[in-house]
Design a binder for this molecule. Structure first.
Ligand code: SF4
Length: 154
């Protein structure tokens, strides 16, 4: 089973109430090869919500207590993001995920790049907190941007 970001499957769960539909992901869902999860909703957020970015590092640093996740208006939401990451990990373990495809650039789901913390749309190399936790537990995590490579490899 493949675990995918809900927004890639077309669910309008992004912070601004939109989706990030990827038709290949939708096809995997329709073929019952994938199930979807939104770490931020699992963490207790609703849609719409304030955008948040990782300040002072990436998801690895958040897990190590060295960086924080802060909403644009300044609220520290690190614990909620970590809760969402832990619940997503449980889901991945429950379904025995053989591949995890998460939305790139998100502070939760990014697995190669994330926004750099200045809320100006600039990106940097790094994992979101959920991607970092899943990788630490041995899951293969990719994004919609690198999905083709994985599907060809498999
Ligand atoms: Fe939810 Fe991840 Fe999509 Fe953000 S990127 S809306 S946390 S599934």
């Amino acid at each position: 089973m493949i675990l995918v970001s809900s927004c890639l499957a077309g669910l309008k769960v992004r912070y601004n109430g939109t989706d990030s539909l990827d038709v290949r992901i939708l096809e995997l869902m329709r073929e019952n090869k994938a199930i979807s999860v939104c770490p931020e909703l699992l963490g207790g957020f609703s849609t719409p919500r304030e955008p948040a970015e990782i300040i002072g590092g990436d998801g690895e640093d958040v897990l190590d207590g060295k960086a924080k996740i802060i909403e644009k208006s300044g609220r520290d939401v690190t614990e909620l993001y970590i809760k969402g990451a832990n619940l997503t990990l449980l889901k991945a373990q429950e379904v025995g995920a053989t591949l995890v495809v998460l939305k790139e650039n998100s502070p939760s789901c990014g697995s190669a790049t994330i926004y750099n913390g200045d809320f100006k749309g600039k990106k940097k190399v790094g994992n979101g907190v959920t991607a970092a936790l899943l990788k630490r537990h041995g899951f293969t995590v990719t994004s919609e941007e690198r999905l083709f490579d994985h599907l060809v490899e498999k």
